[in-house]
Design a protein around this ligand. Structure first.
Ligand code: BGC
Length: 257
């Protein structure tokens, strides 16, 4: 039976955020707890914070509530395989085991964009959309979630597509706009190149654009000319937390479970 409440914890470059999630609505049951990501974000340092967040929200959750945790890297069978924008000591770390030991209970570890995509297709901008939905998170890197009829195909690392000789996220992520001081018009040209490449390769039914910058989507989405509908994310900050909780409670939503 699927649980009705689960804890989601989202590990990001600047903050680690967690909250108990109502799995019927995807909403947080209590206010989320946020703790700054340590400067040296090694598995041990991050695991301590994950355990602290779980302690702080424990009053709002049954002891056996599922726990889902996200990480900005590929996760295969609980092991972190890549670390493009996190401490390199994560590569090949047994993340799920490390967190489970720190939490004193089992947990499910998933890629951050996969969690956001699951939440958006279940409760957000992709709700009621059939077919292939590609959720993209534009932040430090570019995260991608592929969901087909709501089922996740995990670990699609298409933020690293090589386009015009570059790793796409180094040109089109939100961090590239900030780093290079681009205005939205010039950044949108890069997004145009990125999203048109994606749509020509995968022919999705819908693009969802998440990440903090999606709050300003009116500055760049109208500049894009694509055959695929493209819409801003709805859950914004809460998507990673909600999706982690959903995947922990219902591993069948993940195509490989
Ligand atoms: C990583 C992905 C991650 C994305 C967003 C990329 O650099 O390779 O695994 O989902 O950033 O954080």
């Amino acid at each position: 039976m699927t649980a009705h409440v689960a804890l989601g914890i989202d590990i990001g470059g600047s903050g680690i955020k967690g909250a108990p999630i109502d799995l019927t609505t995807g909403q947080m049951i209590t206010e989320r707890v946020k703790i700054l990501t340590p400067a040296k974000s090694t598995p041990t340092a991050v695991a301590e914070i994950v355990a602290e967040i779980a302690r702080q929200v424990s009053g709002a959750l049954p002891d056996d509530a599922p726990v889902g945790v996200t990480i900005p890297g590929v996760v295969q069978h609980g092991v972190v395989r890549t670390a493009a924008n996190i401490d390199k000591s994560w590569i090949d770390a047994k993340g799920e085991k490390i967190f489970s030991e720190a939490l004193g209970r089992p947990c499910t570890l998933v890629n951050d964009a996969d969690a956001a995509g699951v939440a958006e297709t279940r409760w957000g901008a992709g709700k009621d959309h059939d077919g292939l939905v590609i959720t993209t998170t534009l932040g430090t890197g570019i995260g991608i979630a592929l969901t087909y009829n709501g089922v996740l195909i995990p670990n699609a690392e298409l933020g690293h597509l090589e386009i015009d000789g570059h790793d796409a996220e180094t040109r089109a992520a939100a961090s590239a706009r900030e780093r290079e001081g681009l205005n939205y018009k010039d950044w949108a040209k890069r997004l145009q190149r990125y999203y048109s490449t994606l749509e020509n390769l995968l022919w999705p039914d819908l693009f969802i654009v998440g990440g903090g910058v999606s709050r300003k989507s009116e500055k760049f989405l109208p500049r894009l000319s694509l055959r695929t509908p493209i819409v801003p994310a709805v859950l914004l900050n809460g998507a990673g937390i909600a999706g982690a909780a959903a995947l922990a409670a219902d591993p069948a939503a993940d195509g490989v479970a």
